[in-house]
Design a protein around this ligand. Sequence first.
Ligand SMILES: [Zn+2]
Length: 272
Amino acid sequence: MPTLESLPTEVLFGVLSFTSPFDAKRCADLSRIAGSSKHFRQVTEEYARVLLVRYAKYNPKSVPAYTYRKKWIGWVRSTCQLCGTKTKRRAILDRGSTCCKTCDKKIPKLTMTSVIQTYYLSKLDLFTPNTLHPNLPPITFGIYVVGGNDTMMLSMPDVLERKRLVHGMLEERVQGEAALKARCANHERILEAMDMTFRSNRWSKKGRIKEIEAKENAPQRLKTQEARDRYIGEQLEKERRLLGIGDGSTETDGHGFRVICHRRQSDGQGVN
Ligand SMILES: [Zn+2]
C-alpha cells in the first residue's frame, strides 16, 4: 500500500510548500515535519537546500549535512522578502513577512482617522465580524508602535473594498457626505452605550460606563443599563434596516450587554 513516504520527492516538495516556508512565523514548521521520521528529515533538508540556492543565492557545498533547514529559517527571518536587504523587521500588515522599512512604506496603508474621515466607515464597519456585520470577514490591519504609542494601520485595498461593499448596501438616503458622517457618529454612540472599544487587535470593554452614569448631565440613553439596552437595540435595528440585512433583532450574552465580537481578529500585535 502506498504511503506518504513512498511519494516522489517532487510531490513531497509540493506538500512542503504548503507549510509557508517564506513566513517568518511559520517557517519553523519545516523542522517539526523533519522530526517525524528519518525520511522526512532528508526530504526537508533537500527542500531547504533547493530554497537556499534558488532564493538566497546560497552555495551550501561546504555545509555539513542537516543544517539547511536552520540556515533557511535564519535567512527568511533576517532578509527583507521584497528587496533582499538584511533586516529582522516584520511588515506592519503581515507579521509573518520580514520586510524592511523602505519596502513596507510602499505597501498602501491608511490610518484609522483617515478611514473614518475620508471613507466614512465606522469601527463597526471595519472590525468584523461583529454584531452589526456578523458575516463580514476581518480586514487586514496592523499595529505600528511609534514612540511607545500604538498607531493602527489598515490595508488600503481592504478598506476600499469594504467601502464599496458597505456603501453599496446602504439605502439611497444614507448616501452623501452628511448622511454618511452622521451614520459614523451614530455608530460611535452605539459603542459608547455598549461600553466597547476596539483596542490593539480586539473588541474589549472600555470600562467607562460607571463614570458616565455618575455624571449629572449624562444623556438619558446612558443613565441605566435598561436605557442603554433599549437604545442599543433600537439603533442596531435601525442600522441593520439601512443596510438591508437581518430581521433587526439583537443578540445578548445573558448578562445584559450585547455581544459585539463574534470572532477575535487574527494576531495583529506587533512592533516596528
Ligand atoms: Zn526591502
